[in-house]
Design a protein around this ligand. Structure first.
Ligand code: CP
Length: 309
């Protein structure tokens, strides 16, 4: 694929290829082979219009570990403030010899729009409430690494499903690889149309605890709430927060994931975040290898497209 815009677009085989390639990079790093020259001469631009810690840093590191040149675009300090359009901005950056754009934007569909105006590869680093495919991939990678499989597992996505691009990428990826997916949260944060994606819906975390192998705790996206947040964060923490009491009632080997950033004391208590069931920092480590695999495979596809008649 020249572009990675969402897990909805990828087949199970394509997802597995990325996960396998990421595993290969991780294994090589374990044996001291962390740096490569596979993307020597390639330039990758991070085009972020929303804040990021994990995604931006790990795309940067991934590109450098593969030998690519990287450039960071900061919207606030750019000529966008002088009235230059988004597309003109992207085309000017492309004109400097950029091969791939890593794009995060608050508007769903922005990465797709860029593919219509640019000749570069485009990877979606989170677009509005649509998708965050590399987060979905690193979640799949972490679950597969910990459990040895995805197929047959029951995975609960708990929290702000309405605003979560991570939820949508998880749902597409998990369903394609054969997991059962339950979305759980207050009715105000679960859109009715989510059932069309083949998931079960639960409004009570306590009712699904015993049947889940993996619980992915999605952040309450306070920045995307319109008007007052309902329920209150205190009620949310009481009914949906992961605590050591709830862990004690779950499967003994339940995995706790969270895409980060986490709101300690809201989606989960600090003892759960830092406890033995949590693989939250493993997810971050794996994100580096998943992004290396994504960029490498995109560059292979770009070279094929440039050389094919
Ligand atoms: N999980 C995630 O996308 O984190 P950042 O917003 O810090 O990139």
């Amino acid at each position: 694929r020249r572009h990675v815009l969402g897990l909805e677009d990828l087949s199970a085989a394509e997802i597995t290829t990325i996960l396998d390639e990421a595993a290969r990079f991780k294994e090589m790093a374990r044996h001291g082979e962390a740096r490569h020259s596979l993307l020597k001469g390639v330039t990758i631009c991070n085009l972020f219009f929303e804040p990021s810690t994990r995604t931006k840093t790990s795309f940067n590191l991934a590109a450098r570990r593969l030998g690519a040149d990287t450039v960071d675009f900061t919207a606030a300090a750019s000529s966008l403030s002088k009235g230059e359009t988004f597309i003109d901005t992207a085309r000017n950056i492309e004109a400097m010899g950029v091969d791939h754009m890593v794009v995060r934007h608050s508007t769903s569909g922005t990465p797709f729009l860029l593919t219509k105006h640019l000749g570069t590869g485009v990877v979606n680093a989170g677009d509005g409430t649509h998708e965050h495919p590399t987060q979905g991939l690193l979640d799949l990678f972490t679950i597969r690494e910990q459990r040895g499989r995805i197929e047959g597992l029951t995975v609960a996505l708990v929290g702000d499903i309405l605003h979560s691009r991570v939820a949508r990428s998880n749902i597409w990826g998990l369903k394609k690889l054969g997991a059962k997916v339950i979305v759980c949260g207050p009715a105000t944060l679960i859109p009715a149309e989510i059932r069309k994606l083949g998931v079960e819906v639960s409004y009570r975390l306590d009712e699904i605890l015993e049947q889940t192998d993996v619980i992915n705790l999605l952040r309450i996206q306070f920045e995307r709430q319109r008007g007052a947040f309902f329920p209150s964060i205190y009620e949310y923490a009481q009914f949906y927060g992961m605590t050591s009491e709830r862990i004690a009632r779950a499967k003994s080997d339940v995995l706790i994931l969270a895409p980060g950033p986490i709101n300690r004391g809201v989606e989960l208590t600090p003892d759960v975040a830092d406890g033995p069931h949590s693989v939250i920092l493993d997810q971050v480590t794996n994100g580096l290898f998943v992004r290396m695999a994504t960029l490498y495979l995109m560059q292979l596809a770009r070279e094929q497209a440039l050389t094919s008649p």
